[in-house]
Unconditional design. Structure first.
Length: 162
């Protein structure tokens, strides 16, 4: 199972709840689709395995790079491609709608994970499933997502009701 989160915008209380849920669900790793904001808040996720991309509000890029290295999260960048359980993933915050649409329509990916809009999204376009987990900032309710790749099953989790 993969945890998916985006647009946390330094909401530490919600980030802590999200981390608890990811640990409780025993996710393989968590993908953060951008807009973390500042390096210190990554402390909330140091107990998790993470893959991260930058969002348009991530101004402290060098600090985020250093924290990701410190916590063993790997390289943080603008876009990320990876394979998991035989499926190909593309992760991009979604700042450029044209860039996001091009990736979706390329038909190269099984899953495109994105954020930016603060709106939940689960849509199949061609062979590609597009997922936006929602946000932990300026959204109601605050949501994260859990993806069981083996079953192609997605669950949105409202973290306020936990």
């Amino acid at each position: 199972m993969i945890g998916i989160i985006s647009d946390t915008h330094e909401n530490e209380a919600a980030m802590k709840k999200a981390a608890e849920i990811f640990l409780e669900k025993n996710v393989d790793f968590v993908v953060h689709c951008g807009d973390i904001i500042s390096p210190p808040v990554l402390e909330n996720f140091k107990v998790l395995k993470m893959k991260l991309v930058f969002g348009n509000n991530d101004g402290e890029r060098n600090g985020l790079i250093k924290k990701c290295e410190e916590f063993g999260f790997g390289e943080i960048r603008d876009e990320l491609e990876f394979r998991h359980k035989g499926k190909k993933f593309y992760v991009y915050h979604g700042t450029s709608a044209n860039k996001l649409d091009a990736a979706i329509k390329s038909n190269k990916y099984d899953y495109v994970l994105t954020g930016h809009t603060h709106l939940k999204r689960d849509e199949k376009i061609g062979k590609t499933r597009v997922i936006n987990p929602g946000a932990l900032f300026m959204a109601f309710p605050y949501t994260i997502a859990l993806l069981d790749v083996s079953k192609d099953k997605l669950e949105f989790v409202d973290i306020k009701r936990r």
